[in-house]
Design a protein around this ligand. Structure first.
Ligand code: HH2
Length: 262
């Protein structure tokens, strides 16, 4: 899954795709690099990011979704917590609702996901984006994230979302310290064992700079991101959400070839 942020302030590519034309160009580049899903977002969720209202978010993402849909049949995912944005995005051709709040932002989110008939990504986050990194706390991060994801999958099923349309995501970096992120990356098999396809989003995240201080610039974090993607592949995740699609794909191809030769 290639990441396309149509925002002025995303932590690693904010401002790069400020207008629809630049964003569509970015999308086509991700596809040329081998992305099999595009994740398009119009609101940054980085710690301390400014919230955006639904109209502004729709104005950012809709022209891009429509233009990509006109040129390609690639599955498009809309990265939003807002039901109004998800509805507009699906009408314009998105088929996956990627919700970092796991359908908790609005009381009618789960019902809408069922009505839209789209796939949904249910991600774990402790707290809210503005303050989530202040003091994350868990007794057992792997058990708590798994219990949360299982509960959110049940809520989606109860609202009428079909089982085969549900993805789970442990939410690397969302209300988690370095140790929490590492514990989750080490036990992705436990998340996969919940019985749903798992999406892993570790690309360019800050924990990489905590391990490699030379990688303060998010664009310098491709090697660390690829290491995390390979950990995901080894555990059986279904997809990795990445900024550096071509490099990640090359690493995954070599990893898969070695695994197949074993
Ligand atoms: N991470 C980000 C945003 N959306 N969605 C899922 N399912 N999983 C993730 O790990 C995830 C996500 C944050 O990364 P990015 O989109 O690059 O930055 P920003 O939120 O600043 O736009």
């Amino acid at each position: 899954m290639g990441v396309l942020n149509v925002t002025p302030d995303s932590f690693s590519d904010g401002g790069r795709h400020a207008g629809p034309a630049a964003a569509v160009e970015g999308a086509l580049r991700l596809l040329a690099d081998g992305a099999e899903i595009l994740d398009i977002g119009g609101e940054s969720t980085r710690p301390g990011a400014q919230p955006v209202d639904a109209e502004a978010e729709i104005a950012r993402v809709l022209p891009v979704i429509s233009a990509v849909r006109a040129q390609s049949a690639v599955p498009i995912s809309i990265d939003t917590m807002k039901p109004q944005v998800a509805r507009a995005a699906v009408a314009a051709g998105a088929t996956i609702w990627n919700d970092v709040t796991a359908l908790r932002h609005a009381s009618d989110s789960a019902r809408l996901a069922a009505e839209l008939g789209c796939e949904v990504v249910l991600m774990h986050m402790q707290g809210e984006p503005a303050t989530m990194q202040a003091a994350p706390r868990y007794d057992d991060v792997v058990a708590e994230v798994c219990a949360f994801l299982a509960e959110r999958a049940e809520a989606a099923l109860a609202a009428g979302v079909a089982r085969e349309r549900i993805w789970l995501d442990p939410g690397i970096g969302f209300g988690k310290t370095l140790d929490h992120n590492l514990a989750l990356l080490a036990r992705l098999d436990a998340v996969c064992a919940l019985g749903f396809p798992v999406l892993l989003g570790a690309s360019r995240k800050r924990f990489i700079a905590a391990l490699e201080p030379a990688a303060q610039d998010p664009r310098a974090r491709a090697p660390g991101s690829i290491a995390a993607a390979l950990a995901g592949a080894a555990a059986g995740v279904a997809a990795v959400r990445v900024h550096d699609v071509g490099q990640t794909l090359q690493a995954l191809k070599v990893w898969a070839a070695v695994a197949a030769a074993r």
